[in-house]
Design a protein around this ligand. Structure first.
Ligand code: XMP
Ligand code: MG
Length: 171
């Protein structure tokens, strides 16, 4: 298994889309300070670029969730790292690498909703709607893709390929 030679989504296309998402989020949060909740590890690269495309004050928090063993969803989701400070009354924007079955994201959203935030929204770089099992939808989507397993720009296959600048299909 290795990444396709030709990217599915190039680094340039990602950069352009991140700028657009940053503009939209800056407008939507014009009168609210936001807390970006980065879902590790996959969301790391996207969140780092998105944060710099949002021209609004923000704070960063991190959560760590896993549901995947290689290419196969195990169904079980664990939230291993949780925000350090109380987030009651905060405007939370969860930043994910990919929305697949929806199990991981729903688990994270439920955990954050229990903290009584003032608002809770979701931004995902990639959306694979055909794979959805839990009916979760994102407020901001970078790219909608077909049912490919993809790597690069934060996304891994057994911890490999996160560092690739573009997104590739694993073949
Ligand atoms: P669920 O099914 O809970 O899964 O929505 C979300 C998590 O699964 C991983 N995932 C992928 N990782 N390429 C990856 O590198 C993929 O195509 C892919 N699809 C799902 C990812 O960790 C995501 O947070
Ligand atoms: Mg992940």
């Amino acid at each position: 298994m290795r990444p396709s030679e030709r990217p599915l989504i190039t680094a340039d296309a990602i950069a352009r889309r991140v700028t657009e998402l940053g503009d939209a989020i800056s407008t939507d949060y014009a009168d609210r300070d936001l807390v970006m909740v980065v879902v590790l590890k996959g969301g790391l690269f996207f969140a780092a670029d998105l944060a710099r495309a949002i021209r609004r004050p923000m704070a960063l928090e991190y959560v760590r969730a896993r549901s995947y063993d290689g290419q196969r969803s195990t169904g079980a989701v664990e939230v291993a790292v949780v925000p350090e400070r109380p987030l009651a009354g905060a405007h939370l924007l969860v930043v994910e690498d990919i929305l697949d079955t929806g199990r991981t994201t729903q688990t994270v959203l439920d955990m954050l909703a229990d903290m009584s935030p003032a608002s809770l929204a979701l931004c995902t770089l990639l959306d694979k709607p055909v794979r959805r099992i839990v009916p979760v939808s994102a407020n901001y989507v970078g790219f909608t893709i077909d049912d490919f397993f993809v790597v690069g720009y934060g996304l891994d296959f057994n911890e490999r390929y996160r560092e690739l600048p573009s997104i590739h299909v694993l073949e």
